[in-house]
Design a protein around this ligand. Structure first.
Ligand SMILES: [Zn+2]
Length: 334
């Protein structure tokens, strides 16, 4: 796919080979390619010299997944932000996911979303004709989705779910786990023959990620993918990538620049102890200021549309999307 011809994090990239001169000792194996050679990245992060995956060393700590889940996403009553702005952003994201599913030929059938948030995506996909259900680790997130939207939601990890799904959606989930290949494999095992998996993750090879205030530098992100590393993870999980692309959402540059101006950096964002203590310097303002802030964000996003589209086309948008099918099912018509 020519959009990724310029992906310098591909394992054959001369730039990466030369950077291995600065190899550093890391505590474990790459969670995607299982090699052990790393180069220093930003803050405490390491980049795999072979597949380009960026790893938070917390990923090698026993029990890190559960500890981070408890620290940052612990139960409390889940109260989603239902402001008009947030609903607008959720609708735009949902429309993009639907368009990408349809482009991959998925139009109806049984659909599972892993990690459901406010439930907005499931509602959008239900309205588009899918038979939807969700799974989430949080009882209060599930309760909100059931009561507010009448959605069917299992409170369980994907690995404990039975069934065969025509579509599984995992948007911004895989970067939270220390074994991304295992989670993708669990999804593949629950795909019906001919089913497709839609995965979206932050793109550490995006131009936005070169700014210290990039919104995805977070203590609870254990791995950071490039498009090439995500495709490799999918293949190792028994999936055949059908389509991959990057998106540059209209808030990407606005938030990364604003947070950089406010002094946010990966150094205090990524180390969980520091982040937990630090006051949130970049939360969205409220009241009239909040409306002006979001209006400025939308205006900047609309005005920069041609640039954002070009950025996404060359594989440097801040979100990577991959659609994959079971590698053990022959391609139709082949
Ligand atoms: Zn690797």
């Amino acid at each position: 796919m020519n959009a990724f011809a310029t992906d310098s994090t591909d394992s054959t990239s001369p730039r990466l080979r030369s950077s291995s001169a600065h190899a550093v000792a890391a505590a474990g194996r790459c969670p995607v390619c299982e090699r052990t050679e790393f180069v220093a990245f930003r803050a405490v992060l390491f980049r795999c010299a072979h597949c380009g995956l960026v790893v938070n060393p917390d990923a090698w700590r026993e029990g890190a997944d559960e500890a981070l889940e408890r620290e940052f996403f612990d139960e409390g009553a889940y109260v989603p932000d239902e402001s008009a702005w947030v609903r607008l952003f959720e609708r735009l994201n949902a429309a993009r996911t639907l368009a990408q599913l349809r482009a991959a030929g998925a139009r109806t059938g049984r659909l599972l979303e892993v990690g459901i948030g406010s439930g907005a995506l499931l509602v959008h996909l239900r309205d588009a004709g899918f038979d939807v259900e969700g799974c989430d680790l949080s009882e209060s997130v599930a309760r909100h989705a059931r009561e507010r939207h009448g959605l069917r939601v299992h409170v369980a990890p994907l690995e404990r779910l039975d069934g065969a799904f025509d579509v599984i959606v995992m948007n911004h989930v895989v970067e939270h786990v220390s074994d991304p290949v295992g989670l993708l494999r669990a999804a593949r095992e629950r795909l019906a023959p001919g089913g497709v998996l839609h995965v979206a993750v932050p793109n550490v090879a995006s131009w936005d990620a070169s700014l210290p205030g990039w919104t995805s530098y977070q203590p609870y992100h254990l791995v950071y993918f490039t498009p090439g590393a995500l495709a490799l993870a999918a293949r190792r999980a028994g999936l055949r990538p059908l389509r991959r692309r990057t998106n540059e959402p209209f808030s990407g540059w606005f938030l990364a620049l604003a947070r950089t101006a406010l002094g946010c950096s990966p150094h205090d964002a990524v180390a969980s102890a520091a982040a937990a203590r630090a006051p949130s310097r970049a939360s969205s303002p409220a009241g009239l200021g909040g409306h002006l802030y979001r209006a400025a964000m939308v205006t900047a996003g609309l005005a920069s549309w041609p640039l954002r589209a070009a950025q996404a086309r060359v594989g440097r948008g801040e979100e990577v999307v991959l659609i994959g099918a079971r590698a053990d099912v022959p391609v139709e018509g082949a």
